[in-house]
Design a protein around this ligand. Structure first.
Ligand code: ADP
Length: 366
């Protein structure tokens, strides 16, 4: 990097950034770029023909004590997640909302470091029936936002370290502040932070919950603004007001309609060998009630049919029939596979109603 080019980056930053805390500077023969403005700086450098990558963090070294070290294996860096928004069919509105709420403040924190109106959101809830892509969205969001991803469930914090759950919770947040930007994905958030005060609630669980809430509220420092708690649940109605309040954006991830099932099927089958003129519309229309996850299972079951046929033929016809290869998938394979893979029964009409009501009262979209 020449001095001149480095000065260009700094000059650009001076004229565009609002907060001096995130300004790059030149010290001796080094260009020092604060972590918050790395993504923008890398973009500017690219424009000047200098290819550079975000330096990878050594996650192991960021853990300070035995409690924090428990989370090392749970952290996935953004370039290792392997799912992007384009891999998710349908759900366009949800992706757009998440982009604005999460990707922008994580990628461009300098735009949010001024004044009080624009504050990055610290809690987002994805709720909806099982298998609709909530986990997939959470992972893809971390990729898009260039954020580290940690997935936790109730048992991450309670089972192994029972009694120490409080300390472990504290460690999760202190470790996360060094991993920022980071998305902490709490799957089945109702089981971790569900309605409190039940008669059988264990004292340690109660203390862990209180610690979780307190640490969450404590996310006020500059770096901790790039920590997001992203909760997912099929049972939002089990959440109490204290949790709902801390998840101010609640996004409904609904079952796909026919048009959206078609989009999902096109993604799931993008690399498959299909008969020409495959009738996606017909398959989409005949899979009412199927979630994205059900559709995936249906596709897998259908894809086995030509395999089974080939094996059968080999058994019957001996070695000469071995080189015919697999035939393309037909619509009929899917229709037949429906007998094996029906829409998840776990979500009945009553639960769907409950979900929709909760969405009307607390949620957005859907
Ligand atoms: P949830 O967290 O809502 O229960 P998941 O995200 O775990 O659902 O979905 C399970 C699997 O179903 C995903 O890994 C993916 O293969 C498939 N799937 C679900 N929704 C979609 C979608 N909209 N587009 C593509 N695949 C999907």
């Amino acid at each position: 990097l020449t001095r001149q080019k480095a000065e260009k980056v700094v000059g650009w930053a001076r004229s565009h950034y609002l907060s001096s805390a995130v300004l790059p500077s030149i010290k001796g023969d080094r260009l020092i770029i604060p972590r918050e403005s790395l993504d923008v700086a890398i973009e500017r450098l690219k424009e000047q023909g200098i290819k550079t990558k975000r330096p990878s963090q050594n996650i192991k070294n960021l853990a300070k004590d035995e409690y924090e070290r428990n989370f090392i294996s749970a952290v996935v860096p953004p370039d290792e997640i392997g799912v992007k928004f384009d891999d998710i069919g349908a759900l366009e509105d949800v992706k757009r909302t998440l982009d604005e709420l999460v990707t922008l403040p994580m990628r461009r924190p300098e735009l949010f470091s001024h004044g009080n109106l624009l504050r990055p959101c610290k809690g987002v809830l994805l709720f909806g029936p099982p298998g609709t892509g909530k986990t997939l969205l959470a992972k893809a969001l971390a990729t898009e936002a260039g954020a580290n991803f940690i997935s936790i469930t109730g048992s991450t914090l309670t089972s192994k370290w029972f009694g120490d759950a409080e300390k472990l919770t504290k460690a999760l947040f202190s470790f996360a502040s060094r991993l920022a930007p980071v998305i902490i994905f709490v799957d089945e958030v109702d089981s971790l932070l569900g309605a409190r005060g039940g008669a059988f609630e264990h004292e340690a669980t109660r203390r862990m919950r209180n610690e979780f809430m307190a640490a969450w509220d404590g996310l006020r420092s500059k770096e901790s603004q790039r920590i997001l708690i992203l909760g997912a649940t099929n049972r939002p109605f089990d959440l109490d007001d204290a949790v709902i309040r801390r998840l101010p954006r609640r996004i409904y991830v609904d079952l796909p309609d026919a048009q959206n099932r078609m989009k999902i099927l096109k993604i799931l089958l993008a690399k498959e060998n299909l008969e020409s003129d495959f009738r996606f519309d017909e398959l989409a229309n005949s899979t009412e009630g199927y979630s994205g996850s059900d559709l995936k299972n249906l596709c897998i079951a259908a894809a086995y049919r030509p395999v089974h046929e080939l094996l059968e033929e080999e058994k019957k016809g001996g070695p000469c029939s071995q080189n015919t290869g697999l035939r393309p998938l037909k619509l009929d394979d899917f229709i037949q596979a429906k007998a094996k893979v029906s829409p998840s029964v776990s979500y009945d009409a009553t639960s769907m109603n409950e979900l929709r009501k909760w969405n009307e009262q607390y949620g957005e979209g859907g």
